[in-house]
Design a protein. Structure first.
Lengths: 344, 344
DNA sequence: GACTCTTGATGAACCGGTTCATTGACTCAA
DNA sequence: TTGAGTCAATGAACCGGTTCATCAAGAGTC
């Protein structure tokens, strides 16, 4: 492609049409691979486009077509290291299909979520994948039902007929808790995020299910919810380990909170595995390489990203598919040295 | 805002104008806060908009205005945990200014970089911030000079008149190397990324400057470049430590490669600090919480993101500013237990 | 009272593509 | 030879805003 040439101002279909000696409609047909164009004309038009360095204006296309080939992704906070994998894979799938990714952070606030949905609609975004701070929030639900484009929920509870991809947090948490109970621990503390959102609720369910299966009741004083940052995890761990009867095991179930927990233990002079067992709710280099290595729950965020993008593409294509599909990726427990038998 | 009402089809300026009993031009003026509208008419129009649930079509606005209020960010790979901080802060600044962020991954390939620049132009993107796989690549430079919108380089070398934000990798690497040399190490291995890109080149410069200042020559056999993934770092570390004369210190200068290095050492049964010192090129939870904690170079990626967005906004505003501005955030060396005096 | 200025409102043209009713050429059958 | 049927190409209307030349009304001046 030479692309050099007459970059005087911007070249438009009209210019290409004149250069090729055809009508604008024909140029448009060539651009859109319409079958009813003779090979000869097609070549003439393509030559003219190359010669003039023509580039379609996507805005103008969107204008007429009513769709933008944009897909928006709005999540709580980009700054969750492993979540980048989700976005990376989703972007790759979408780009492959000719879509461009719009990114926005909801900062976990309902009003921002609503404002973003509105902004996306104003941009004629073709599809949205997002998290929600609170699936029950009335105004958010209203905004979702007013959305004119398909919305796919990322790791959130079922809402009406929206598609969703989730990880099996319930099972992950159940496995982790059973594992600790099986090692003889009875005082297991759980650090979990915002219970208004699906992952934390599921994890708590799994935790309780494991206790129930063992016929024991967990000590409610050992539950810390609303652990949303590493600093929160630091504070929660410090306060838990300062209890008169501290826990013998810590289940740091919120994503990416392990650092704060370990920092607190180190500050207090406590060694993981020696008296206090630790299980992390998500795997990481830190979990793998810490000494002792930290038992962790793992799941495939890359697959989640791919599935999310693929499901959304299908929905945008308008295929006749049942509404409200859900896809759950499995979680597994990777047992390492940080979870040891309880020795009293 | 009721927003209920006549959501028959989409409401347009024309409908609002009819409802308010004014001309479409007046509605447009109200939308754009044009001063020449009487308070009374403004209120009537606003009431009509609220009543009809009107929402402007950004595509149509872009069409006429020639600008999209989109800013694109294209980086090598989202999957660099700390880089999320950059994007997060940049997005916040841009959104505040009324822009939406487009995200794409270049996968570090020149052809993708060129294709993305073209795609951004087609979308009338107002500004771009991006990394480059190779600042010297002819076709990429040609594509950049053909770009019609301002482009800001993220952590890359000066190219013609483009703005840039960088971290002072040279100084960080110099500090790290001096530190190790000062501890008596003479055989320091360096793991670094692609030398075609600025950060790796700068780090190597800093490394060599420190050696030069000490009046010593580094052993070229201890340099490993093209370390781009954690697996690369694993292999490089393994091969280095298998040398007949292995290094006494490892400087893992590439970003986010520490995990692979530590994994290799663990596999080989080598303990950090005991015989082999380690310095990481970027800080992380892993570096801080590993035992012994890893000496690391740190810089403020959040500030880089904010500065990048701010500089790009200024440029897009068309302010009369000198071309080719550069902003460098400082790096510092956080000395921890992984770097110890060389004992022969 | 005539004239000039100022200010607010109007609506047709425009941004750059796509779509579709219409046209013209050509083939084939009766 | 005529009529029906295909198929490629045409170009005006359209998508939904913004802009700007034009106009009307009211204020101010002499």
């Amino acid at each position: 492609m030479p692309a050099h040439a007459h970059r005087s101002q911007t070249v438009k279909v009209k210019d290409v049409a004149r250069e090729a000696g055809v009508a604008v409609g024909t140029v448009s047909r060539v651009l859109n691979d319409h079958p009813a164009v003779t090979k000869e004309l097609r070549e003439r038009v393509e030559k003219a486009m190359a010669h003039l360095g023509y580039e379609v204006d996507v805005t103008a296309q969107s204008m007429r077509a009513g769709r933008s080939r944009l897909v928006a992704c709005a999540i709580r906070d980009f700054d969750i290291p492993r979540f980048a994998l989700f976005i990376k894979e989703a972007e790759a799938v979408l780009r492959e299909a000719g879509y461009t990714l719009l990114l926005a952070s909801t900062t976990n606030r309902p009003d921002v979520e609503i404002a973003l949905l509105r902004a996306f609609r104003r941009r004629r975004v073709d599809g949205v994948m997002m998290t929600l701070s609170d699936e029950q929030h009335r105004d958010v639900r209203a905004a979702l039902s007013e959305a004119t484009m398909p919305v796919l929920l990322i790791d959130r509870d079922r809402i009406e007929a929206l598609d969703r991809v989730t990880a099996d947090h319930r099972e992950g948490a159940r496995l982790a808790t059973s594992h600790l109970l099986g090692l003889g621990h009875r005082r297991i503390a759980m650090l979990v995020g915002d219970l208004k959102a699906f992952p934390s609720r599921s994890r708590l369910e799994g935790f309780r299910a494991a206790y129930a299966a063992a016929g024991i009741a967990p000590d409610p004083r050992l539950l810390r919810d609303d652990v949303l940052s590493s600093e929160d995890a630091y504070r929660a761990t410090s306060s838990l380990m300062s209890l008169a009867e501290p826990p013998t095991a810590l289940f740091v179930a919120a994503m990416d909170m392990l650092g704060g927990c370990l920092r607190a233990l180190r500050t207090m002079g406590l060694a993981v595995g020696d008296g206090i067992s630790v299980v992390a709710g998500s795997d990481s280099d830190l979990a793998e390489l810490y000494w002792p290595p930290i038992t962790a729950i793992a799941w495939d965020l890359a697959a989640m990203g791919r599935h999310a993008a693929t499901m959304l593409l299908e929905r945008m294509r308008g295929d006749e598919i049942e509404r409200g599909r859900g896809l759950t990726v499995p979680t597994e427990l990777i047992i390492r040295g940080s979870s040891r038998p309880f020795a009293n």
